[in-house]
Design a protein around this ligand. Structure first.
Ligand SMILES: Nc1ncnc2c1ncn2[C@@H]1O[C@H](COP(=O)(O)OP(=O)(O)OP(=O)(O)O)[C@@H](O)[C@H]1O
Ligand SMILES: [Mg+2]
Length: 326
């Protein structure tokens, strides 16, 4: 056994309030409400925009929406719009005909053709440039598109689900996103709260990922020492659930034995890279940014902004004063 074990050892507790929904585990009431909403929304063919910070599970939610929908047996076609140049993106979305540009040696199907009859998932939709936004609008309005280099519009039957980590409203205000398109793609907006706002999920996720990694046979973990549990519960998880998964994977990769200890966690969790004061500061900055974004998204209406932020109006007022926003 490792000599680095400190204090009490945490073994798997009975988590009576655990919910598992399409690969997502949670103990949070907000998330349970979210899942119920998801079930209803999935059945309607409505266009959905999922907003959430990086690693909060936007892609899992998009897949659940598809699986729960009448389109489940048809394709789910996904694309990350942030990683491609605008020319490539147009061709990935709408396809091209042979000779459309240098290198287009044969016809190629795009995302909308691939997803015909099913769901198209546009990840990081805020990053799409204005020219392609105009084409996208046409798909949503008329259910047709023209492949690059083509002349004939093609009709298509897709349900569009998009995701963004930022506020589309802010992009609209900065003239980087078409307002008409924003209304078309967020007929139903869904907000996935960051992990730091559902701290009761941290431990549930730790055990969930320990199970998953144990089953791969690399290590047989059955506990964490108290320092490790405290560090994980006290951390803000800017990278959310993906970062938590990475932290558990890190421990599996570099440690051994049945108990995970603090020295097996990534440095930012051991407090080595982020001294307390710096992490406090970054938490405050994060909060300020979230408030500003929520206000922008709510068109300045504090009641709605408070709703988006999941806090009461009076808390929002107090925080706005603290941050010098009023
Ligand atoms: N509630 C959850 N329970 C278990 N695993 C989850 C949950 N939410 C997310 N995950 C896992 O966390 C990781 C990140 O999720 P996902 O890729 O859906 O996030 P994302 O919001 O799309 O992130 P990004 O913005 O970085 O693309 C994935 O490995 C996913 O399986
Ligand atoms: Mg994603």
């Amino acid at each position: 056994m490792s000599s680095n074990i400190k204090g009490k050892i945490y073994h798997r507790p009975r988590l009576d309030d655990l919910t598992v929904f399409h690969g997502m585990v949670t103990r949070s009431q907000t998330m349970r409400t979210f899942f119920r909403m998801l079930q209803r929304v999935a059945r309607a063919d409505a266009t959905v925009l999922i907003r959430g910070e990086t690693g909060t599970g936007k892609e899992l939610v998009a897949r659940a929406l598809h699986q729960l929908s009448p389109r489940a047996e048809r394709p789910f076609a996904a694309l990350n719009c942030a990683t491609l140049t605008s020319e490539l993106l147009a061709s990935e979305l709408f396809g091209h005909v042979r000779g459309a540009f240098t290198g287009a040696v044969r016809d190629r199907q795009g995302l909308f053709a691939q997803g015909d009859g099913g769901t198209v998932f546009l990840d990081e939709v805020a990053e799409i440039d204005l020219e392609i936004q105009a084409r996208l609008l046409r798909v949503l309005q008329e259910r047709t598109f023209v492949p690059l280099g083509g002349t004939q519009p093609r009709s298509v039957d897709v349900r569009v689900v998009s995701a963004t980590h930022t506020s589309l409203r802010l992009h609209v205000e900065r003239r980087r996103f078409r307002e008409d398109l924003m209304y078309r793609i967020r007929v139903v907006p869904l907000f996935l709260p960051p992990l730091r706002e559902r701290p009761e999920d941290i431990e549930a996720l730790i055990w969930h990922f320990i199970d998953e990694l144990n089953s791969r046979g690399l290590r047989e973990v059955d506990g964490l020492d108290s320092q490790t549990m405290e560090a994980m519960k006290g951390y803000l998880w800017p990278g959310n659930i993906r970062e938590l998964l990475n932290a558990v994977e890190h421990a599996f990769a570099i440690g051994e034995g049945p108990i995970i200890t603090l020295d097996e966690l990534p440095p930012e969790l051991r407090g080595e890279e982020l001294p307390e004061s710096a992490s406090d500061r970054s938490e405050r900055e994060l909060e300020r940014v979230r408030i500003v974004e929520a206000l922008a998204e709510a068109g300045g209406k504090k009641g709605r902004a408070a709703e988006v932020l999941g806090m009461s109006r009076s808390t929002l007022w107090r925080k706005m004063r603290e941050h010098g926003l009023i």
